[in-house]
Design a binder for this molecule. Structure first.
Ligand code: AMP
Length: 214
């Protein structure tokens, strides 16, 4: 199974990706997570990406494309993968097509998560992330058992800098301008799912549609 998850920030891509990863036993490749890790480790790539991520702007295509190319060489991606947050521009999609063609593989389905803007804003401003394992929580709908502490690993929870309201608006603008045209680009492979529902319901809808369209 080779999948792409599309959708605005706050659509629940990260949460759905973790569930899909377990169901289909494929690696979850999140360029956002990879970039945050590079930034935390203060690598040269991280230094180049830092300002863009902080301001909710897209990191230049050449940096992200190269990072993904390296990631796809790893063994765990040989039998399938799930992209979350990549591609995010038409340029990145064209680069991915070329890369996959060279590898003689192709994308099976593109899952487009649809959600209204008021839900996005509410979800993102209340989202919290584990500083150790990256697990995602929400102060309204997915609270940890103990305040500020990750249920899975005990790590401290934090709010992403780009989950502040001023930055969210810019990320949404970027999404509508640069990323949403990908729905048309992938139109023959797109499965659209209402992602404004509970995470389990959205997940079951995705799985049902993937089965239907096999
Ligand atoms: P995400 O975790 O997917 O919301 O990504 C967080 C931030 O990382 C984005 O706002 C961008 O600054 C950067 N980023 C993640 N994926 C990409 C990508 N495919 N192209 C460019 N920038 C990206």
């Amino acid at each position: 199974m080779r999948l792409i998850l599309l959708g605005p920030p706050g659509a629940g891509k990260g949460v759905q990706a973790e569930m899909l990863k377990k169901r289909y036993n494929i690696p979850h490749i999140s360029t956002g997570d990879m970039l945050r890790e590079e930034i935390a480790n203060k690598t040269s790539l991280g230094e180049k990406a830092q300002e863009y991520v902080k301001e909710g702007k897209l990191v230049p295509d050449d940096i992200v494309i190269k990072m993904v190319e390296e990631r796809l060489k790893k063994d765990d991606a040989k039998n399938g993968f799930l992209f979350d947050g990549y591609p995010r521009t038409i340029n990145q999609a064209i680069a991915l097509d070329k890369l996959l063609e060279k590898m003689n593989i192709f994308i099976d389905k593109v899952i487009n998560l649809e959600v209204k803007e008021d839900i996005i804003l509410k979800r993102l401003t209340t989202r919290r992330i584990c500083s150790l394992c990256g697990a995602i929580y929400n102060l309204l709908t997915m609270r940890p058992k103990v305040d500020n502490v990750c249920d899975k690993c005990g790590g401290e929870l934090y709010q992403r800098n780009d989950d502040k309201e001023e930055v969210i608006k810019d990320r949404l603008k970027t999404y509508y301008l640069q990323t949403s045209p990908l729905v048309e680009y992938y139109k023959n492979k797109v499965i659209s799912v209402d992602a404004g529902r509970e995470k389990e319901e959205t997940f079951e809808n995705i799985v049902a549609k993937l089965k239907e369209q096999k």
